[in-house]
Design a protein around this ligand. Structure first.
Ligand SMILES: NC(=O)c1ccc[n+]([C@@H]2O[C@H](COP(=O)([O-])OP(=O)(O)OC[C@H]3O[C@@H](n4cnc5c(N)ncnc54)[C@H](O)[C@@H]3O)[C@@H](O)[C@H]2O)c1
Length: 352
């Protein structure tokens, strides 16, 4: 059985989604692609052997089982509602929506239509994360108590080029004006998802927001975000902006790592896609011994896992991450973080 896919939005990140499907051989075929930039659509269509077509034509094309939506976040919800109404399985990107009401309506619409609805998330599909979950389930570090995520972003461009227009819709205009920290809201799902996978829904959030500027632009770096989870468990996220940190990466220029503390051991995911130097991907320290594991840390590996699980689930075999309900937990967390940033900034502007 070949799951037939249509992709809408062929910008920066679409390369990874296309690669993920291509790796699946006969299990999946990208049969249709669409972009408002018709030249881009024609180029990609030729490259992957698909047909370039208008979004409305995808909706009425009976050969297409699922639509992958990769457009700028402000446009995502409307396209997703239309695809769900057309009876297609739908996969969208983080952030699921700018507000909870729209996100809940999307999840409910998919449920009522009886279609699969995925919110793509690479962090919890990364082989290193899947291995960490397995090692924790095997009892290597005991019951987890806390997760610490560190992101060191570099101003050097070490990986792929990101066109200015790909950043503009994130940080400027009506969409961005809804958030106290647009860039943090854009990244929020990646910061929050591992903690949600480990501990579930967030409870109280506090934020320290920094005052580092790039030119005249306030960046909010360095920041520290901490929260508790409703069912126990603590998370701390630290983000820094480094002027000249060299990062080994094929994509974005940031080094990231995760530490999970359990009652009887510690687990480190030392490298994400970007890393300052080669290190074992995963390490566990317990009972005086260090265990090292090398799994594929590249982003493309996370996309391969995510696309495999999605396509197989559509074929009736297994499950995918995130479902709509999981993604709602993550979005509620992102909105709590944004509220906490607002509180921090307002306290700074109006000290007691
Ligand atoms: N998981 C991740 O780590 C990750 C990384 C990057 C981007 N993303 C998400 O992927 C999505 C796309 O991001 P990007 O960086 O590729 O953005 P981008 O701006 O590079 O690409 C968006 C593409 O959509 C096209 N487009 C705009 N309106 C359209 C419409 N109505 N119909 C068809 N095409 C349209 C644009 O021409 C452009 O080619 C966003 O939701 C973003 O949050 C996720």
């Amino acid at each position: 059985m070949t799951i037939q896919i249509g992709i809408v939005g062929l910008g920066r990140v679409s390369t990874l989604h296309l690669q993920g499907y291509a790796a699946l051989g006969e299990e999946a075929a990208v049969v249709a692609v669409c972009d408002v930039n018709s030249e881009r659509a024609d180029v990609v269509a030729r490259e992957v052997g698909a047909t370039a077509m208008a979004f409305d034509d995808m909706l009425t094309n009976e050969a297409i089982d699922a639509i992958e939506i990769l457009v700028p976040s402000p446009l995502q919800a409307d396209l997703a509602f239309a695809a769900i109404a057309a009876g297609k399985h739908v996969t969208v990107q983080k952030p699921l929506a700018a507000d909870l009401a729209t996100a809940e309506r999307l999840v409910e619409a998919a449920r009522r239509a009886g279609v699969a609805f995925r919110v793509f998330e690479n962090t919890v599909n990364a082989p290193s994360w899947r291995l960490a979950e397995q090692l924790i389930a095997d009892g290597l570090i005991g019951q987890p108590i806390s997760i610490y995520l560190r992101w060191a972003n570099s101003l050097l461009s070490c990986g792929w080029e990101v066109p200015a227009e790909s950043l503009a819709w994130r940080y400027k205009g009506e969409w961005a004006s809804q958030f106290a920290a647009p860039s943090l809201f854009d990244d929020g799902a990646h910061l929050i998802s591992p903690a949600v996978a480990l501990f579930g829904e967030l409870a109280e959030v506090v934020v320290l927001s920094g005052q580092q500027h790039v030119g005249t632009r306030a960046t909010g770096f360095p920041y520290a975000i901490a929260w508790h989870h409703q069912e126990g468990g603590q998370a701390i996220v630290e983000g820094t902006l480094c002027e000249s940190l060299e990062v080994l990466t094929e994509q974005y220029s940031s080094d990231s790592s995760i530490t999970i503390t359990g009652h009887s051991g510690l687990l480190w995911i030392n490298t994400g896609e970007g890393r300052v130097a080669e290190r074992p991907t995963v390490e566990v320290a317990t009972r005086g011994r260090l265990h090292s594991y090398d799994v594929d840390h590249r982003w493309s590996a996370a996309w391969a896992v995510a696309q495999r699980d999605w396509v197989r689930a559509l074929a009736g075999d297994g499950s995918y991450r995130w479902t709509g309900d999981d993604a709602l937990k993550v979005l509620r967390g992102s909105l709590m973080v944004d509220d906490a940033v607002r509180t921090t900034l307002s306290r700074r502007a109006h000290p007691a």
